[in-house]
Design a protein around this ligand. Structure first.
Ligand SMILES: [Zn+2]
Length: 144
């Protein structure tokens, strides 16, 4: 009789903590928290895309500035120099400029139509040659 009330089941019942309150039912799939996470993620992706685009635009600007300095024609070496010898980027930048119609490739020369100065043709090598500036001799054959 002394054992009454001290059965393992009764002790277990007495020690058992109250069950936790059930979580509130989720009314919507997107909670405020997941919404914030999605927004953060989207902002990061957007910012990364923006930075990436800015990077290429900056490289394009460098090439165009150099092309302007060289009367609208760049050799491959001059193009690489303008890109500070980022050889892996050179192809992409050239492709981007070509797609924009700013550049075309002829042999190993990059022609920037809009930056070309009216250049007479060299009598020695039939290549356009500058009329003014610091490149008075023919850049292709060196004729004075
Ligand atoms: Zn020449």
């Amino acid at each position: 009789m002394l054992q009454r009330g001290f059965s393992p089941e009764a002790i277990h019942r007495a020690l058992k903590p109250q069950p936790p309150a059930p979580p509130p039912p989720k009314s919507r799939w997107i909670t405020w928290e997941t919404g914030v996470e999605i927004l953060k993620f989207g902002t990061q992706v957007g910012w990364a895309c923006y930075k990436r685009r800015q990077y290429w635009v900056e490289l394009e600007q460098r090439v165009l500035a150099s092309a302007k300095d060289h009367d609208g024609i760049l050799t491959h070496a001059q193009l690489l120099a303008a890109l500070q010898f980022k050889t892996r980027e050179a192809e992409t930048v050239t492709l981007r400029l070509c797609k924009q119609g700013a550049c075309r490739v002829e042999g190993n020369l990059y022609i920037f139509e809009r930056l070309l100065v009216a250049a007479p043709i060299c009598a020695y090598c039939d290549q356009p040659r500058p009329v003014s500036g610091r490149h008075l001799s023919c850049r292709h054959c060196g004729a004075p």
